[in-house]
Design a protein around this ligand. Structure first.
Ligand code: ATP
Ligand code: MG
Length: 300
């Protein structure tokens, strides 16, 4: 469960909390819930190595929300999105958006432009990822000949998402929707990299979520091309053959695995509280990612 409990927001009913976001249903003037909409509030919660860390990272939720909004605009000619309004209660202004409540497509839509993480594991074992054969000789961090769709299941909270083959996605949502979400996911990553690379960031891979409106329109939901949903690598440091430093969580992971933290990852115990300087360094990385990409100054 989240370390911070969701806020009490007058006029909104709390309905769900994920790892990072708290979801609320707006209540109309007549007192009835506006069930077609959701308030999506991004918290400052951060996790690493499957543990929720303490304390949260100040401004992280605002950075994620503002970055998603910026990307929604950059992607508007590729895919419609769930945004209704940024006019939200003062208590969550900047970190929350009002969205269309969608019937979510139950697939984690992952695209990879570079090989690492779970994709690298599959490749090493079989020479393929998600059933897509890849050339020989690729190493950790290699750029793929072209971005590939490597979907996974949307596991309930606390469970791990499992890789799915494309045939499994087709069986779950039908061949027409499967090909549309595959093509859109890849197109989002391609557009993302066309923009990000010039600004010194490689988007190695990303996860997006789609939903359907009651009218059957396919819409981009949740967040998009943020450091939480994607692997951000500093372009100037990219060098295949070893794990790349991650743009955002590098300080947190390095500290947690250093002798200084005194934490034994294998123990199953919760990690120790992050020191102030690690929290501050992590916050600056999130802000830097936002500023590099958008060319805007971040103001909380
Ligand atoms: P994941 O790791 O899959 O993102 P999570 O626990 O991080 O899961 P959060 O991002 O914290 O999830 O919470 C957001 C939740 O809101 C997700 O369950 C997502 O599917 C859902 N969601 C996002 N946009 C919409 C929408 N427009 N309509 C309905 N549900 C949505
Ligand atoms: Mg999420």
């Amino acid at each position: 469960m989240p370390a911070t409990s969701p806020l009490e927001l007058p006029g909104y009913d709390h309905v769900y909390s994920g790892k990072v976001r708290d979801l609320y249903t707006p209540i109309g003037r007549d007192g009835a819930p506006r069930i077609g909409e959701l308030l999506l509030v991004a918290s400052d919660r951060i996790s690493a190595f499957d543990h929720l860390l303490d304390p949260p990272i100040p401004d992280k939720g605002t950075v994620l929300t503002q970055l998603s909004l910026w990307w929604f605009d950059q992607l508007a000619d590729i895919v419609p999105n769930h945004l209704v309004s940024t006019d939200v209660p003062d208590a969550v202004r900047g970190r929350a958006i009002l969205v269309r409540r969608l019937d979510m497509v139950m697939v984690e839509c992952v695209a990879r432009a570079y090989l690492t993480g779970g994709g690298l594991g599959e490749y090493t074992a079989s020479g393929a990822v998600s059933g897509i054969p890849l050339p020989e000789g690729l190493v950790d961090g290699s750029e793929l000949p072209e971005p590939i769709f490597t979907p996974s299941t949307k596991a309930p909270m606390g469970q791990h998402d499992e890789p799915m083959t494309y045939a499994e996605v087709e069986a779950l949502v039908g061949p027409d929707l499967a090909s549309r979400i595959r093509d859109l996911t890849v197109a989002i990553l391609v557009r993302g990299n066309a923009i990000a690379r010039d600004r010194g960031i490689i988007l190695a891979d990303t996860k997006v979520e789609f939903g359907l409106t009651p009218g059957g329109e396919l819409v981009l939901a949740d967040e998009v091309l943020t450091p939480d949903s994607s692997r951000f690598w500093p372009a100037e440091e990219w060098e295949p053959g070893h794990p790349q430093s991650s743009f955002d969580k590098q300080f947190v992971r390095d500290w947690l695995t250093s002798p200084e933290s005194g934490w034994d990852r294998a123990s199953g115990e919760a990690p120790p509280r992050l020191p102030d300087e690690i929290v501050a360094a992590t916050r600056s990385r999130y802000v830097e990612a936002y500023e590099r990409l958008t060319g805007r100054r971040f103001s909380a």
